[in-house]
Write a new protein. Structure first.
Length: 104
C-alpha cells in the first residue's frame, strides 16, 4: 500500500538500530532519508509488521525520526522512504533479540 506497487531501490536511507537488543520490548531505532516525504518502519517478524510511518512536511528540519519499538524476536527491521520525486528507497538491518517482546 505504501509504495502503490512502485519499484523500490536499495540505498538512500539509513536505519540505526542495535545489533543485539537485550530486551525486545524496547529497541531504540532511528531512521533518516534526505529528501524524504515519508518513512515507514516494518518489522516483518512481528504479529503486526507495520511499526510506524513518519510523515515530513515542507517545514521539517530534516527527514529523520527516532523511537523505541517492540520486536517479537530476532529479525530484520526494514525502512522504506517515499522521496520528494515520488521514488522509493529501502534498507534493512538485522537485530538479534535475546528476550522477546511480543509474547516471546
Amino acid at each position: 500500500e505504501f509504495t502503490g506497487g512502485a519499484d523500490v531501490v536499495e540505498g538512500g536511507i539509513t536505519i540505526d538500530a542495535p545489533e543485539i537488543a537485550e530486551n525486545g520490548n524496547t529497541v531504540p531505532i532511528a531512521v533518516s532519508a534526505e529528501g524524504a516525504t515519508a518513512i515507514m518502519v516494518i518489522a516483518a517478524g512481528n504479529p503486526n509488521p507495520n511499526v510506524a510511518t513518519f510523515n515530513f512536511g515542507e517545514l521539517a528540519g530534516s527527514a529523520s525520526a527516532s523511537t523505541r519499538i517492540r520486536l517479537a524476536g530476532t529479525q530484520d527491521v526494514m525502512a522504506v522512504a517515499k522521496m520528494a520525486d515520488g521514488s522509493f528507497v529501502k534498507t534493512s538491518k538485522n537485530v538479534k533479540v535475546t528476550i522477546g517482546g511480543c509474547g516471546g
